[in-house]
Design a protein around this ligand. Structure first.
Ligand code: NAI
Length: 794
């Protein structure tokens, strides 16, 4: 081709990245990989293997060992044996290893990028410029957390052994997201890469050897879902998973009741909202990055375009033009925009979802690009005319497929954006910063990008709301997911409190006007009769009649959840107002302290001193909740770009709180106070044995300006009501304290809508110990962090 012709066609010539070093590495290992256990390579005789292919060409790259249960258990045993020494190495010792790993990732970055692109099919530009540099950055950042552990996390300790299962879309980056914080915090790791893409993890294991990482600190076991299930089921203390929501739920149910800590980073259907005052060309480029980056195989892909009606036609025209210019091709070609889909299974899944979307009425348009003959490719696709019930708007496609709807008003845009079971990310495009900053907090998503998309940094937490999972990766909150307060691990078992058998209320004395003993709940700011019309007699410390409380049932829980949901505007009220109301409750409790002391003495048999102490401690706790309400603030991150990421603390939402039997007043106000200080609305199940203490509290709430529905109290059989809360899809979070219970059943029921749970069944907290059960700890459990990225440009 002449230079003239070149100019005329402006066609790209092939620009292949050299793959000789990657091929040499594969050949050197005889294209057959074992497991990395206890610092050694284990190649079990006769082990099953699975092939790893290059999706862009179809060539077989290597055979990978499928680890069975015994091998996974051996890896966990190696990690267990290494953990004490690794933790005892101290922050600085671990920081040095993490730093060494960061340097080695950088040193081998070109080889890692080629391995990644060969194995996954992603364009080399992306693995070279995004995946590998971000992975290195993650190890640097976490070397820092390891170094500062004693300063930044006093009183916290590692969890032990972390079992980690990762997907195939960002193989090395997901490894870095999992391994770096786990090791920094002093845990040891057993990691299973995805079956399609194990190679970069295996190369990383070699880097760990090169760094001299002590044997057993990092173990890599390869295989498919069954091997993943072995990791999850093994003797690990923490499970961290990234992948599909479906498997996330299976994992949560599988470990329910085991006490293993869990973080889940699951699917998404993230909205990409373009207002008519947006920079349209900028938004189009953003969209290319949002949905065609990594062939759309990105959990936070902007896969739902919401465009304002007035600009929709112009926007679609420009978008189609831009889509026509995208180059689909070999993953090692430096001029390619879109590479190969990871596997034929995934390509077929994409194609079948698109077909289903079309059958459901979508208009599907595909860019007229040339797809390479070999390999697994799918063209950039736009689906319009989709309703909210179309599969392409509802389901995660995980491919280069954009589904689009239009909207008229800002309110409609927010409503459409939030109309999903997911809540991972969102993108907002508008030149009006005030509009963007108004919309961002209204979106139910863990990450919001303003006039940008797919920005990531190790210092900025990443993770979702709702069925996109829970827990964050990156930043302080990502570290916290691998640590626990040391005192919580050493709590003694709680003593059980006997609920006396039913006792009869005394008969009314003839000739006297009977006292109205109609028992009530407290729902929506009012005393409400129990739905079933039943009441339960509460006995005093000596087993005599003390009073009656309502006997709640499923309907009462439903009413309370509805009231709490309606009151969710509480989250948006100012912290100053929240504090004022909590101070007011405390003040009112102070006025009536004699009455509450007397009640505690009658119900629990506490002596005068102990009853007085509990009431005073309760007033102190309410003051603390008020005090922290306007001090538990977010952070402004400064990622390596011109811009900031604002980490906002948002309430979990509607919180079910099951109170313990011990310290019936103090525990009740501690949990209630901090839950509402964090902006949640709450349904409390108070102590069953001493329930009258909570019903006495109704009047305090009524006289303290607490908006109706913010605090709801349902009395009755606690275990049964707790299960109702766990099952209810309108409850976003559940805290459970008190006697040993069927934690597995609660956690399993809580899985359907991915409730955030704090299950402390059977643990004896010292409710008066404010240094351990501190206000910040309580507030942290009542919030989720949303990161809003605000780039400034140059
Ligand atoms: P997947 O969720 O099945 O696989 C992710 C990882 O989990 C892999 O390492 C796999 O071996 C492992 N795994 C599978 N079953 C397991 C089990 N029962 N216990 C423990 N580990 C298990 O995802 P898959 O099948 O590769 O992709 C299917 C769909 O999932 C995609 O089309 C996409 O919609 C979604 N997905 C979402 C991801 C995300 O980051 N949000 C990542 C990967 C897939």
């Amino acid at each position: 081709m002449t230079v003239r012709e070149q100019f005329e066609t402006m066609d790209y010539g092939p620009a292949p990245e050299a793959r000789d070093k990657a091929d040499a590495w594969l050949t050197d290992r005889a294209r057959r990989f074992g497991l990395f256990i206890g610092g050694a390579w284990v190649l079990p005789d006769g082990a099953d293997t699975l092939p790893s292919h290059a999706p862009a060409t179809g060539e077989k790259l290597a055979d990978i060992t499928i680890a069975d249960k015994g091998q996974v258990d051996a890896a966990v045993a190696a990690a267990r044996a290494a953990q004490g020494t690794w933790a005892a190495l101290g922050g600085h010792g671990r920081a040095r290893y993490l730093y060494a790993l960061a340097r080695l990732v950088q040193k081998h970055s070109r080889l890692l990028a080629v391995i990644e692109s060969l194995d996954n099919g992603k364009p080399i530009r992306e693995s070279r410029d995004i995946d590998i540099p971000l992975a290195a950055r993650h190890f640097y950042h976490h070397a820092g957390w390891a170094q500062l552990m004693d300063e930044e996390f006093p009183g916290f300790e590692p969890l032990g052994v972390a079992g980690q299962v990762i997907p195939w879309n960002f193989p090395l980056l997901m490894l870095a997201w999992k391994v770096a914080p786990a090791l920094a915090a002093g845990n040891t790791v057993v990691l299973k890469p995805a079956e399609f893409t194990s190679l970069s993890a295996l190369k990383f294991a070699e880097l760990a050897e090169e760094a001299g990482l002590p044997p057993g600190v990092l173990n890599i076991v390869t295989g498919a879902g069954e091997t993943g299930a072995h990791v999850v089921g093994a003797d690990v203390d923490k499970v961290a998973f990234t992948g599909s929501t479906e498997v996330g739920k299976i994992i949560r149910r599988a470990i329910a009741g085991t006490g293993k800590k869990l973080t889940l980073e699951l699917g998404g259907k993230s909205p990409f909202i373009v207002f008519e005052d947006a920079d349209i060309d900028g938004a189009i480029e953003g969209l290319v990055d949002a949905i065609w980056f990594n062939q759309g195989q990105v959990c936070c892909a902007g896969s739902r375009l919401l465009v304002q009606e007035g600009i929709a036609d112009r926007f679609y025209t420009k978008l189609k033009h831009r889509m026509s210019m995208l180059r689909v091709g070999d993953s090692l070609d430096k001029c390619v925009d879109i590479g190969a889909v990871v596997d034929a299974v995934q390509r077929d899944r994409i194609a079948s979802l698109v077909q289903q979307g079309e059958n459901e009425g979508a208009t599907v348009w595909q860019a007229p690009c040339e797809l390479p003959g070999d390999g697994i490719f799918y063209p950039p696709t736009l689906a319009t005319d989709v309703g909210t019930d179309n599969v392409l708007i509802r389901e995660e496609v995980f491919g280069p497929v954009l589904a689009s709807m239009t909207f008229r008003t800002q309110a409609e845009a927010v409503a459409l954006a939030n109309n999903t079971r997911y809540g991972l990310a969102a993108s907002v495009w508008s030149e009006s910063l005030s509009r963007a900053l108004e919309v961002a907090p209204a979106l139910k998503a863990g990450v919001v990008w303003i006039n940008g998309t797919n920005m990531f940094d190790a210092a900025v937490g990443f993770g979702g709301y709702r069925e996109s999972g829970f827990g964050r990766e990156g930043g302080r909150e990502g570290m916290a997911a691998y640590l626990r307060p040391a005192f919580e691990a050493r709590l003694k078992p709680v003593k059980s409190v006997d609920i006396p058998a039913r006792i009869e209320p005394p008969r009314a004395v003839t000739g006297m006007i009977p006292v109205d003993r109609t028992a009530k709940h407290y729902i929506g700011g009012k005393q409400a009769r129990p739905d079933g019309g039943n009441s339960m007699v509460v006995a005093d410390a000596k087993g005599r009649f003390a009073g009656v409380v309502g006997e709640g049932n499923r309907k009462d829980i439903r009413n309370a959840v509805e009231a709490a949901y309606k009151a969710r505007g509480w989250a948006a009220s100012t912290s100053h107002l929240k504090a004022q109301i909590l101070y007011y409750i405390a003040e009112n409790l102070g006025y009536r302290s004699d009455e509450f002391e007397a009640r505690l003495r009658t119900l629990t048999g506490a002596d005068a001193g102990a009853a007085k102490d509990e009431v005073q401690a309760s007033i102190d706790r309410l003051f603390r909740a008020a005090a922290v309400a306007d001090k538990h603030e977010g952070t402004v991150h400064e990622p390596p770009m011109r811009g900031v990421a604002i980490a906002m603390k948002e309430a979990v939402g509607v919180l079910g709180i099951v109170c313990p039997e011990e310290a019936p007043l103090l525990a009740f106000v501690t949990l209630m106070g901090h839950a509402v200080a964090a902006g949640n609305t709450a349904i409390l199940l108070p102590s069953e044995r001493y329930g009258l203490i909570a019903t006495d509290f109704y009047q305090l709430l009524e006289t303290s300006d607490v908006p109706g529905g913010v605090v709801n109290i349902v009395t009755g059989p606690k275990q049964a009501l707790a299960m109702e809360l766990a099952r209810h899809l309108g409850v976003d979070g559940l805290w459970y304290f008190g006697a040993e219970t069927d934690e597995a059943a609660i956690e399993t029921a809580a899985t359907d809508n991915m409730k955030r749970t704090w299950l402390a069944c059977g643990k004896a907290y010292d409710w008066a110990d404010t240094s351990r059960l501190s206000s910040r700890l309580l507030m942290d459990r009542g919030i989720e962090i949303k990161n809003i990225w605000v780039p400034y440009g140059d």
